[in-house]
Each structure stands twice: as C-alpha cells, then as structure tokens.
Design a protein around this ligand. Sequence first.
Ligand SMILES: C[S@@+](CC[C@H](N)C(=O)[O-])C[C@H]1O[C@@H](n2cnc3c(N)ncnc32)[C@H](O)[C@@H]1O
Ligand code: SF4
Length: 374
Amino acid sequence: MAGIYIHIPFCKKLCHYCDFHKSLSLEDKSLMINALVKEMEMQNEFLGTEQVDTIYFGGGTPSVLSYEETEILFEGLYRNFKISKNAEITIEANPDDLTVKYLAKLRKTKVNRLSIGVQSFSDRDLKLMNRRHQSKTGLKAVYNSQNTGFRNISIDLIYGIPGMSLETWENNLDIAFKMDIQHISAYHLTLEPDTVFSRRIKEGNMKMPDEEISIEQFRILIKKAGENKFLHYEISNFCLDDFFSKHNTNYWKQVKYLGLGPSAHSYNGNIRRWNVSDNKIYIDAISKNKIPFEKEYLDNRKKYNEYILTSLRTMWGIDLKFLEENYSKEAMDYCLGLSKRFFDYGMIEKKEDNLVLTNQGKLIADNIISELMM
Ligand SMILES: C[S@@+](CC[C@H](N)C(=O)[O-])C[C@H]1O[C@@H](n2cnc3c(N)ncnc32)[C@H](O)[C@@H]1O
Ligand code: SF4
C-alpha cells in the first residue's frame, strides 16, 4: 500500500494567509509537466513493489492544468508505477476553475475525487483572504461538479478568520451540510510567517480572534457535523459513511508515499525527504538528471513523535499495541504514563487498546500532543 503526491506549484492570485509553495507566473507550466514526468521515471523505484492506492494532486492550484497536461501526468504515472484499479485519485481545485466545460473534461481523466477550496461563503471573508472567487462561485463550483457526475466531493473551509462572526461561521456550515457533499475539511486559520496576514498583525492593522471565539467556532463545527451525520475522523476532517480521504488517512497511518514536484515530501518508513521549494532550481536540476532534495533519517524517537502527532489527531487514536510492537514496551509505558493526567481531566479516553481524544480534549489537541512527545 502506498500513495503518490504531485505538487502543482502555480496560482493565479496569492491568498493572504497561505505559505504553500507556489509561483504566480504560469510561464514554466509545460517545463514543469515535463520535469514531473521525468521525476516519475527517476523515482519509480522509491516505493519498491508497493501498489499505489491513492494519488493526490495538490498545490498550488492543480486546476490550472489543462486536460492535455493532466493526461500527460497520468500517462507518466501509469507507465512508472503499479497503480491499483480502484485507486482514490484526488485533485485540489479552486472554485472559479470549475466550469462545466472544465469539469466535463476532468471526468474523462482518472480523477475520481475533488477537493474544492471554497474556504467561505461570505464575500467579506473571501475578499479579506484575497481569494479569486466570490461566494456564488463556490456554490456553483459544487453544483457543477455534481452535475458533471462527481460523486466524491470535499470542500475546504477556514474559520478563526479575523472579524468572522459566529453567525457567519454557522451560516457557512449550514450551507455546506445542505450541499450533498461527502467530505469537509475545516481548518482553523494558521498565521504563517511571511504572509500578508502576519504582516498586518505585526503592524497592528489586524487582530486574530480571541481564543474563546475560536473554541466556540470549533464547538459549533463539531455539533453541526454530528447533527448532519458527518463523522469527525480527524481534528480538521469530517465525512459521511466511509468517504474518508484515503490519501490523508494513509499519511496518518505511516503508509509510504512518494512526493513529486517542488516542495513535495516523501516517506518510505525510515527516511523523510523533501524537494527544493523553487520552480526554476527544480526544473534545472531535473533536466540534469538530479533530484534536488534534502533528507533526514528517522530514528525511533522521531518516529514515535510523528506517530503521536498524527495518530492522536484521528478518531482511531494512539494504538498502544502498535507502539509496543513497532517501538518498544518502554515507549508504550512512557506514553501511557504521560496520558494519565489527561484521563483524569476527561480529555483522553481508552477505547480497547487505543488512546483517543474526547471532544473536550480535541479543543486543546496540540497541547496534549506536545505533552506526550519524547
Ligand atoms: C494548499 S491549499 C490548495 C487548495 C487550492 N489552491 C485552493 O486554495 O483552493 C489547501 C488548503 O489549505 C488550507 N490552508 C492553506 N493555508 C492555510 C492557513 N494558513 N490556515 C488555514 N488553512 C489553510 C486552505 O483551506 C486550502 O484550501
Ligand atoms: S490557498 Fe490555494 S489558491 Fe490560495 S495561494 Fe494557497 S495554494 Fe494558491
């Protein structure tokens, strides 16, 4: 079992909160496609004999790719990797790219899951974030996707936005849950360095919401998801039935993955590596048959910490048996010992052999995770 991530490092407009690697200039798009196919050829042994069950086109903005460019990437993928017949194949898309014409073509490719960057249905918030689209475009993107036959649709929403009222957030969720979509990723706004938002805050021209507002918005999210039968399977992820993001779930379960393209990360169980975050350097290096990456070996302590970080955020939690079998009895005892006070506070509960966050614990997940680390 393995996954492939492909980073498409282009955006037509820069959002004020985002620090993902991307370039505003689309000039190098075809050079980038060629380089990505070449990297597939150079990396086709990274996953060994593992079958690929998930492919994820992320960005940047993968929906800036034309049908022809997407097909070139698929041809490279199927030529170089063993991809399972029922692979989950996701593309991240910006709402204003999702016209009926574009979607009808996308349906002809192997893509079977859409992750649409709606972010908000409030025009005030979309403008503040410097998004390309307006509220009605977000609605239209989802309807167009459904009408062209996509049946596995996720949308991204952001809360904790400066000045966002509780009513706006409730309204966003009410619209989202009425949309007949299968999955929602709802992220609290993170203030990233070197973004317009962090500069505005530093200069005193903007203020992040008080913690109580953020917590109340998270509570509303959990409540509305429950009322709409959406499973809260990871801190920021909710789905109907079994419409989990298989790709992201595999990250959290330590499954191997290969990342292609500038800034993409790869993991093979022992090594984590990441490609350079620069389009020109990446394209130049690949043309000289070199993959520009850095890497780190993961010792047992790092692996333990990564396991705690990713697993405790999910509804499956920390599997104590997995800790004992894959790390050591000492690692399991260490984790159990540190968790004790969170049991007493009602923040963690034990479900069979697993330690799982309660709803109360989810509110301070990051603090609990850092306390359980080595
Ligand atoms: C890398 S973006 C790519 C998606 C696509 N380009 C779009 O914006 O519609 C993936 C998602 O990460 C989330 N995101 C990015 N930066 C964030 C931040 N600073 N805080 C919270 N969420 C963020 C957004 O919801 C976004 O849709
Ligand atoms: S959120 Fe998406 S569209 Fe906006 S800058 Fe980031 S990657 Fe580009």
